[in-house]
Write a protein that binds this ligand. Structure first.
Ligand SMILES: [Zn+2]
Length: 151
């Protein structure tokens, strides 16, 4: 495996815990600090709220874009979060002036075409299909079946 993939995987393994069945201690602390469960009628209700927040955090993590490496930062943009992944993406994104999300076409896009970006780093797009699939399974929890696997 290429070094870039290790870097990508290492980052995301730590923040993608997989299936969430209970709230983390950090989320429970957040609930206490923000008094979110002050009106909960039982400890069970408080735990249910914690689980809901934990799952919402996971949704956010799965839909965010890596913003910076040091410190590690992620951002979420409403429309961009709806873009599907492709290993042959028709758009590429980057940040301009540190916080402006810029989306550019990589090739001609016709009206009605689905806009697809890569959830992988540009360097990872040069890796084998097996390596790309492995990265996406680890980081985004899906099996890529984009056009590059069908060709
Ligand atoms: Zn793919």
């Amino acid at each position: 495996m290429h070094a870039t993939q290790y870097k990508f995987s290492r980052h995301h393994q730590s923040i993608f815990p997989g299936e969430v069945n209970q709230a983390s201690s950090d989320v429970m602390l957040l609930i206490d600090e923000l008094h979110l469960a002050d009106k909960a009628e039982s400890e069970e209700q408080k735990q249910e709220l914690g689980l809901l927040i934990e799952r919402l955090l996971q949704v956010w993590i799965l839909n965010c874009f890596e913003h910076s490496e040091n410190p590690l930062g992620y951002s979420t943009y409403f429309m961009s979060s709806f873009m599907s992944h492709s290993c042959h993406p028709n758009v590429v994104w980057h940040y301009k002036n540190d916080d402006l999300f810029v989306l550019r076409a990589r090739r001609k896009v016709k009206a009605g075409d689905e806009i697809c970006c890569s959830y992988l780093a540009e360097e990872a797009l040069m890796e084998s299909a097996q390596a790309r699939r492995h990265c996406l399974e680890e980081s985004k929890h899906f099996l890529c079946t984009c056009e590059r696997y069908v060709l």
